[in-house]
Design a protein around this ligand. Structure first.
Ligand code: NOJ
Length: 909
């Protein structure tokens, strides 16, 4: 791969790196997120190798083997790729290429060296669903001298998916309807390192890196690559700043387009050919990864660099977003519908320390009549930061059990923190049982010890099946919080990058050792998967603990591709200022479009003292985030909302109540996410690709579900002046979320100033959609279960609207066996139709009110509008209505006398 000269330069640069690294240790407490390519040996080495005119890797077409599973037997393509680089002339690298030809235009490509041990997940742990997506018919493969072409037409023969494998020079082109979507190895940068004879692997380098380039022609926009605190729209990288993936704990992270933070989803989405083709690309490599991006006349040029492991990438493309996300959902796996409590309000702080404190917080919620669904126990509730224990002096056993049961009575839950670091203490059973067994080891086979909250600690090896079982049993069998009878406890997995204090880059040294399927690997090879394996184990344990009857709720800080199947995530240690609030929007957009919908952030920001204006505005925005938890650092003033002045308290309480009012709408959005894969948070540019939507407003407005467009208050001026700039797409009608007033037609498609007030931010109902609410004030969501519904029907430009309401038992897994019901409501031509498109779950709710927004027909200008209700069994009733002529609004009231399941239609005369 390298000439001698390059090797020499490399060794000099590595020396320089070591010096820089020492410098970095000094800085690491504050700036460990700032990792430039030039300070990481493999990246620094490979980034110097620019476009190569001479092809280095060749595919031998005599080695092609086509095999497969299912009837067709031709859905797996294999061949050998050889490297004839000067340096390895006597010992060429042989690479095995495997291509899985999957349904819906998905292809997965794996390339790995034949005779080298490299980390690869087993089939059992694979985060992609190959088995159910194998294409079983219609594949055509033609072998020519210059290339092999694999293609098929989609079911309705509307789209042609094609993969062209060039030979002998190894290059792959992916085409949809003859348009090139990806051109892999177009610049001949595909490469794999092979450890030289004299090289000794160290903490900072292993000489095992891989590299690949790819062009995306005609791409108008790239997005994705979470988790970063930067714009959701990807911009070009430069000499030093590459998109970086190396999960780390960064306290109070700042805006930076490229830095990695706690989680990694190396996934890129492109809109190509004028936005007519959407394509997704996964680079599945859990070792440290850098991605560079350059916009050129030939399209977007990307280079992927990973420190070790194999090449494993997948891609797919669609002509519309619906098909695109369905494909992603099937390939990546569905996010479960959450236990309904977890979409309510969560109260947390670092830390509520003893039972009296926890109880008094809970009491205050009742006293001030604020609904909430769970209280969180952060690290200080433990006995000396020993997880799974609590100090019985602070939490007397019987009283604690009683409290947990009282919470249950009120429909509320407890969420306890479980971190992966285990205090080195021979009197701590979890430690002495894990010692020499379940921990990550140093190269000399002794347990690695590093600092974290519990002082000297060792770190559970969540790659090791025995550790996973040990962990699961702590949750399933041990008599800790999870004692028998209590089933309202859920889990928070924090610090799972994993975070190690006072060490370069705040995480495990790369040369520590993990065990996976009985083989040892360096941590370097698996780093970004650590958090994933931990929260997956917690999820599976809770599932078993609750005998598959209760949906577990897990919150994780670190994550990887596929984490959405097990956990919600939050954005970690944000600062308490308006910039951080703003940053969470682009962060959540990027996560959501990448398949992670159950996301949120600490309401109010985590660290530093904010002010009441910020807290109020953050709560008002948090109403529209999928995960809604107030949390703060131990060093800042208490922020429980009753501590604020009465008027501020009332504004925030109102925001929390607003969240509870729209729970039926939110729950339906989670069902849609589960069923269709469509993200819950959606960027504005999903609907409107005009200039402002793609630039100024791209990261400041977002859709919450299908029907609500949100523009939060983002600075002190906006708060003080009660004015914000908004942008509303032209081809729709918009109604103010709070007062239902329609926005003037000529205010659309441009930046306009919009007046808000202390109790509202910018939030708009999209015409054509239906928002379902429950208006009764209760202690928790569980207590709202059978409450009547209020349905808001917002008409579109054609005076129509339609939507669904999803119902199930809200906490078990029965929905997975189809035990749920869906009510479809549509409005057209002065008639509301109700249709149960599925009725497998008995629904006990009625409708109490229907509000129709924006009907412009003459009828609504009359005083006495008559609404008639038709029940399934032919009975007819006159309904009471209230009209607001000024606002084109009509309300049908007192409907709850009629059984919702029997309503067929409502008409107007
Ligand atoms: C770091 C987390 O990000 C924060 O939310 C938590 O309060 C502290 N760890 C203490 O557990």
């Amino acid at each position: 791969m390298k000439s001698n000269l390059i090797l020499k330069i490399n060794s000099l640069l590595i020396d320089l790196f070591l010096i820089l690294n020492i410098f970095q240790i000094v800085l690491s407490q504050e700036t460990s997120q700032n990792v430039h390519c030039s300070t990481v040996p493999f990246c620094q080495r490979l980034m110097h190798i620019s476009e190569s005119k001479i092809p280095l890797y060749f595919m031998d077409n005599k080695t092609i083997e086509i095999s497969g599973t299912n009837k067709d037997k031709n859905n797996i393509f294999k061949a050998m790729i050889k490297n004839y680089n000067q340096e390895y002339i006597n010992d060429p690298i042989d690479l095995e290429l495997t291509i899985y030809i999957l349904k819906r235009g998905i292809f997965r490509i794996k390339i790995k060296p034949k005779n080298q041990k490299r980390f690869e997940l087993s089939k059992e742990d694979d985060m992609f669903n190959i088995k159910d997506n194998i294409k079983s018919s219609g594949i055509k493969i033609s072998n020519g001298d210059k290339n092999t072409v694999i293609y098929y037409f989609s079911k309705k023969k509307k789209i042609k998916y094609e993969l062209l494998i060039n030979q002998p020079q190894f290059q792959i082109t992916y085409k949809v309807d003859n348009k090139i979507i990806y051109f892999i190895n177009s610049k001949n940068l595909f490469d794999i390192e092979k450890i030289g004879k004299d090289f000794i692997p160290s903490e900072t380098d292993s000489m095992t890196s891989i590299k690949m380039d790819m062009s995306i022609p005609e791409s108008i926009l790239l997005t994705g690559l979470p988790e970063r605190c930067g714009s959701s729209i990807l911009s070009d990288t430069n000499y030093n700043w590459f998109y970086h993936f190396y999960n780390i704990d960064v306290f109070k992270f700042d805006y930076n387009q490229y830095n990695s933070i706690y989680g990694a989803i190396p996934y890129i989405m492109s809109f190509s050919y004028g936005g007519t083709i959407f394509s997704g690309f996964y680079w599945n490599n859990p070792s440290e990864t850098f991605i560079s991006l350059k916009s050129t006349n030939e399209g977007k040029q990307l280079v992927f660099l990973s420190e070790s492991g194999i090449f494993d990438f997948s891609f797919f493309a669609s002509l519309n977003l619906k098909h695109y996300y369905k494909t992603m959902n099937e390939y990546l796996g569905q996010a479960p519908i959450p236990n309904i409590f977890s979409i309510g309000y969560h109260q947390s702080r670092f830390s509520y320390e003893d039972l009296n404190e926890v109880k008094s917080i809970d009491k205050k919620f009742d006293k001030y009549e604020i609904p909430y669904d769970s209280i969180w126990l952060d690290i200080d509730h433990t006995d000396n930061k020993k997880y799974f224990t609590y100090d019985i002096k602070k939490f007397p056993k019987d009283e604690t059990e009683n409290f947990f049961n009282d919470m249950k009575e009120k429909g509320r839950k407890i969420v306890v923190i479980l971190d992966p670091h285990i205090k080195v203490d021979n009197w701590y059973p979890i430690y002495y049982k894990s010692k020499n067994n379940y921990f990550i080891k140093k190269a000399d086979s002794t347990d690695f010890i590093g600092k974290c909250w519990s002082g000297d600690s060792s770190f559970l090896d969540f790659f090791n099946k025995e550790t996973i079982n040990f962990w699961k049993n702590l949750i399933i069998k041990e008599d800790n919080y999870f004692h028998s009878g209590v089933n309202n406890i859920h889990i928070w997995n924090d610090m799972n990058e994993p975070s190690v204090f006072k060490i370069p880059r705040n995480t495990l040294p790369k040369n520590t050792i993990i065990k996976y399927n009985s083989k040892n690997y360096e941590h370097r090879e698996v780093h970004n998967l650590y958090g994933y394996f931990m929260h997956k184990a917690s999820y599976e344990a809770l599932l078993e603990k609750y005998k598959n009857k209760i949906r577990p709720f897990i919150l994780t800080r670190s994550f990887y591709i596929g984490s959405h199947k097990y956990s919600a995530m939050w954005t970690g240690d944000t600062k308490s200022n308006f910039d951080s609030l703003k940053n969470t929007i682009s962060m959540l957009i990027a996560l959501s479009i990448s398949g992670y919908s159950f996301t949120g952030c600490d309401i109010g920001g985590f660290a530093e003292e904010g002010n009441i204006n910020l807290y109020k505005r953050w709560y008002q925005n948090g109403v529209f985030y999928p995960f809604f938890r107030g949390h703060s650092h131990e060093s800042v003033l208490r922020r429980e909302i009753w501590l604020f002045s009465e008027s501020d308290f009332l504004s925030i309480k109102k925001a929390i109540i607003t969240r509870y009012n729209i729970i039926p709408y939110i729950y339906t959005q989670f069902y849609l996410n589960y069923f269709t894969g469509m993200p819950i948070i959606k960027p504005l540019w999903f609907f409107d690709k005009s200039e402002l939507a793609l630039t100024e407003f791209a990261d400041v407005e977002y859709f919450f579900g299908n029907g609500i467009l949100v523009r939060p208050v983002l600075n002190e001026d906006e708060d003080r002046n009660n004015k914000i700039n908004i942008f509303l797409p032209e081809n729709e009608r918009w109604y103010d979320f709070y007062d239902f007033n329609e926005i003037d037609q000529n205010k659309k498609n441009k930046k306009i100033e919009y007046e808000i007030n202390n109790e509202k931010i910018g939030a708009f109902i999209k015409g054509g959609e239906i928002i379902t609410k429950k208006m009764r004030l209760r202690r928790s969501i569980k207590k709202m279960k059978n409450d009547p519904l209020t349905i808001i029907i917002a008409l579109n430009l054609e005076n129509k609207a339609e939507g669904i309401i999803y119902f199930d038992d809200e906490e078990s897994l029965e929905y997975k066996s189809g035990i749920y019901s869906i009510l479809k409501i549509s409005y057209d031509n002065l008639e509301i139709d109700f249709e149960w498109s599925k009725y497998n779950f008995i629904v006990n709710n009625n409708i109490e009110k229907i509000v129709i927004l924006g009907e412009k027909k003459e009828l609504f200008n009359k005083k006495n509008i008559k609404a008639e209700l038709f029940m399934i069994k032919n009975s007819k009733y006159n309904l009471e209505t209230v009209t607001d002529l000024e606002h084109n609004r009509i309300e049908i009231i007192r409907l709850n006398k009629y059984k919702m399941i029997d309503i067929q239609k409502i008409t107007f005369k």
